[in-house]
Design a protein. Sequence first.
Length: 149
Amino acid sequence: MFARWQNLSGPGWNTLTQLQDEMNRLFDRCGFNGHRPAARGVFPAINMWEDGESLLVEAELPGLDMKDLEIYVTGTDQLTLKGERKPNVPADSVKHRQERGFGNFVRVLTLPYAVDASKVDARLEHGVLQVRLAKHESAKPRKIPVKAV
């Protein structure tokens, strides 16, 4: 794990103190908060919930075109989001700061239960992907009749 350097003091430590300050600034810029890496690199951010008959997955994909996105259901309980977020930087510009990542990404989610791969609906609207996956019959609760003896 990464941790911030402790303060150094005493004569002759000025150079090391300056190095410490620079290293702390570098860690801050790279997304480290002093104790553990930030959730950087986990893209896209996901919300998942169910509404009785379906599992809903919502992913933030700002600036992504549908042609740059692939969605797969593997087996009965895995959803894969794969794509590329392209940089939106003019060719003759000078970059001063970059906090939004770009490039290829793959996010594989293990779903909480089996889904029916033939009943999946996906929509990308205003940079938010919404995927609705129907529960597989085997994942739906069945009422068991009780017989009196």
